[in-house]
Design a protein around this ligand. Sequence first.
Ligand SMILES: N[C@@H](CCC(=O)N[C@@H](CS)C(=O)NCC(=O)O)C(=O)O
Length: 207
Amino acid sequence: MSGTQSKPQIIGAPFSTYVRVCRIVAEEKGIAYDLVPARPHSAAVDAVHPFGRIPILRHGALELYESRAIVGYLEATFPEPRLIPADPVAAARVEQWVSLVNTTLDPILVRRYVLAYMMPPEGGPDRDKIAAVLPQVEKALGLIAAAVAENGHLVGDGFTYADANLVPILDYVARTPEGGAIIEASGALKAAMAGWAARPSVAATRP
Ligand SMILES: N[C@@H](CCC(=O)N[C@@H](CS)C(=O)NCC(=O)O)C(=O)O
């Protein structure tokens, strides 16, 4: 029983990239939901996610963790507008991007790069860590820039879950010196980010 009559709750901190992904998806679909602030490893989160991570979705009797599962549930329960295309090839491309981001680009761009600035050891940014990861940051941003060059979206010619899943990460990368400079110098990436930033779902969820 999913309790689809009740209002969904997205549980997690507004600063979290994966919480923001779920919120962007909910906003795009016009879902009336509540954001329930909770930090990773807080008691409320530990009670649901076995590793204390956010986001969590609560909808009636349903408690769900992992952003991919949450987005899949929202897509199935609130089908319009689609954020995963019906076309099998386009849908597979969306999944390809989501998987690449979640398994490879997020560890490079957020966990190793952005957090070296935002959560540095005592004495300021971790320069060794930043220098070591920078070639991969350049590669990741180059790959994304090439993908959005045609029309400002990762897949097809409209906004999909692939874009929603990347926006929160790029917004943090844009605030860093090297990442910001790469984005600034890349016409395609800068233009795509401006297009995404203009969407009400993206503006409403900015941390
Ligand atoms: N695979 C998870 C990742 C969630 C995740 O790593 N969330 C971060 C915040 S953006 C977190 O809770 N970090 C705490 C930790 O990893 O211990 C998902 O897609 O939901």
